[in-house]
Design a protein around this ligand. Structure first.
Ligand code: TXA
Ligand code: MG
Length: 331
């Protein structure tokens, strides 16, 4: 693929150029603390259409609107007290709230829904760009639809370099998995649409109510209502088949040199060249941070299959296993 995108550091001059690019209705790839996003003016239907075209994303999959601060929430959504409490507790940060939308948000952003997904990101360069552009910015992950989300500027260049003008380089993403999404339209029945770094337990302690976790496979009713489009089963997928393991007890990497074996933590002793690990000590924050970059690298490694150890426990393990299950899903 020819590479036309320019990768820029976050100097004041570059931020001014990127803000003008966004104001003129073009797209810019941006760093966030979760994954890189492909941003455009959320108030412009034609600008947002460019996101769908660049990603080859189906028009039925809505975008997340990013704001410079929670004070702007009412410009795009109708918050309730529960939403404001979550915003106060977790913004800026990796939490996306689904709320009734305001008319200002064009239908292309929400795929025609009357709800909008909103978050205030924590990455300092993205925040600086949001302030400079003085616009809400719609941004899904900056990868071709269905592939593994990008956690570095280089990943964005690999996937979309031929289709976008600029990438703002903010270094490797600190969290590495996409934001937690909670549907908070009905404060008595909050629904966790996608697990992320903000855990269900953290949400429940602020809301003081149970957060419902819908079944991972969307039900016929969900599909009909198009409530949770990002829950498409196959997503975040490398081209090499991914096989998940609850336990690594049966793994014999030395006997399958054409297959990759990915442990959560560094296994003791010597290991063959087809053995990998996500974090030296198996720390789940490290695992999340390295997960997508590792899947991408192994996808290019010429392996027949990629075996990955599942995480155990709650919290971040829920988000890690969710992404692994999607990476492993067939069709
Ligand atoms: O961390 C993140 O959330 C990253 C960064 C760039 O902010 N964004 C991201 O966007 O991961 P992505 O590619 O997952 O797309 C947004 C997802 C949709 O697939 C859908 O699941 C959900 O957000 N979404 C957006 N609007 C929605 C709505 N009105 N109702 C339910 N889900 C919605
Ligand atoms: Mg995505």
């Amino acid at each position: 693929m020819t590479r036309v995108a320019r990768t820029l550091r976050g100097t004041p001059r570059n931020l001014a150029l990127l803000a003008r690019t966004l104001q003129a209705g073009d797209v810019v790839a941006v760093p966030t603390e979760t994954v890189y996003g492909l941003a455009a003016n959320a108030l412009s239907a034609s600008a947002c259409q460019k996101i769908f075209r660049a990603k080859r994303r189906p028009a039925t999959d809505p975008l997340i609107v990013h704001l410079a601060s929670a004070r702007e929430l009412e410009s795009v959504a109708e918050p309730n007290a529960a939403a404001l409490a979550l915003a106060a507790a977790f913004w800026p940060g990796p939490l996306t709230l689904v709320l009734p939308k305001k008319k200002s948000v064009p239908a292309v952003v929400t795929s025609g829904r009357d709800s909008v997904a909103v978050r205030v990101p924590a990455h300092p360069l993205f925040r600086a760009l949001l302030r400079r552009a003085a616009l809400p910015l719609a941004a899904p992950s900056a990868n071709p639809f269905g592939y593994v989300s990008p956690t570095t500027a280089e990943h964005v260049l690999d996937g979309l370099g031929a289709r976008i003008p600029y990438i703002l380089d903010g270094g490797p993403a600190a969290i590495g998995v996409e934001s937690t999404i909670v549907d908070i339209r009905d404060p008595r029945r909050p629904r966790l649409l996608r697990p992320g770094a903000i855990t269900r337990g953290q949400l429940e302690s602020v809301l003081r109510t149970r957060v419902i976790v819908p079944a991972r496979r969307p039900t016929a009713a969900d599909t009909a209502a198009q409530l949770a489009p990002g829950m498409l089963t196959r997503h975040y997928s490398p081209r090499t088949p991914v096989i998940l393991a609850r336990t690594v007890a049966g793994w014999q990497p030395a006997e399958a040199p054409k297959e990759a074996f990915v442990f959560l933590r560094k296994p003791p002793g010597r290991h063959p060249a087809n053995v990998f690990w996500l974090d030296p000590r198996g720390d789940l924050r490290g695992v999340a941070r390295r997960l997508f970059a590792t899947l991408r690298a192994l996808d290019r490694g010429g392996f027949r299959r990629i075996h990955v150890e599942l995480a155990s426990g709650d919290g971040l393990a829920h988000a890690i296993n969710d992404r692994l299950q999607r990476a492993a899903a067939k069709g």
